[in-house]
Design a protein around this ligand. Structure first.
Ligand code: PGA
Length: 253
């Protein structure tokens, strides 16, 4: 059975309560072996959070929000996957729509990063999702499959992979996708994964949903067939709200 994942994507934010309070709150949670808890802070806080979580006994993984597609070299401002691994990070979010829209990341580059992440010892969380124009124009499944195919080009199917379905129109807008939309998109993405790789890869790949997940809608979305958890932005900055979301996934098993 695939493990579920609940990932806090802090983006370029820190919890208002401060990191210490946030982690102390997480230490009191009931963590299931079947639902991996992950915190993805900005780069400078990775080591600190990993170390503090270990001291407090918080059973969480730490994820980076990006990595270079190169292993090293004269690349000012870049951070390699193996360097991130040294901070204690075990996963990395790649191809988030904010990076695609604001930093010009193409699917080709996302694919290079996914390969580099695996080579550097990180599990990539590859994000795909359609913009509103594509949803309105019809062929969402075709778009998602194309984006997945391009973003996973060259990826070794034997390596562990996490995929996030993040419709662009639902991110940070307060407008979450409906259970029907999520179910349909994730089913299409699983079929596509089996086409890209060999039969069976989809069954081994966790697919999480992201886009305005909150304490209010988490139970309904966690119950959707094929959803293996959530990538949570805004609502992950408040430990109390994030706990409700984590518990919704834990209880949906
Ligand atoms: P949101 O962000 O939960 O604030 O919509 C999700 C994401 O961008 O991963």
């Amino acid at each position: 059975m695939r493990r579920k994942r609940v990932i806090a994507n802090w983006k370029m934010n820190l919890p208002a309560s401060g990191i210490d309070h946030y982690l102390a709150a997480l230490a009191a949670w009931q963590i299931s072996d079947m639902v991996v808890l992950t915190v993805a802070p900005p780069f400078p806080f990775l080591s600190e959070i990993k170390a503090e979580a270990d001291v407090l006994g918080v059973r969480c993984e730490v994820a980076a929000q990006n990595c270079s597609e190169r292993p090293g070299g004269a690349l000012t401002g870049e951070v390699s996957a193996s360097m991130l691994r040294l901070t204690g990070a075990s996963t990395v979010i790649l191809g988030h729509s904010e990076r695609r829209a604001m930093f010009g990341e193409t699917s080709v580059r996302v694919a290079e990063k996914a390969v580099a992440a695996s080579a550097g010892g990180l599990i990539p969380i590859v994000c795909v999702g359609e913009a509103l124009e594509i949803r309105d124009s019809g062929d969402v499944s075709g778009f998602l499959c194309g984006q997945l195919q391009d973003s996973l080009s060259g990826f070794d199917p034997r390596q562990e992979l996490i995929v996030a379905y993040e419709p662009v129109w639902a991110i940070g807008t307060g407008r979450n996708a409906t259970p029907e939309v999520v179910a349909e998109a994730i089913a299409a993405m699983r079929e596509c994964l089996n086409t890209i790789f060999s039969e069976g890869k989809a069954g081994r790949t966790s697919i999480v949903y992201g886009g305005s997940v909150t304490a209010e809608n988490a139970s309904e979305l966690a119950a959707v067939a094929g959803v293996d958890g959530f990538l949570v932005g805004g609502a992950s900055l408040d430990a109390a709200e994030f706990r409700v979301i984590y518990d919704a996934v834990r209880k949906a098993i």
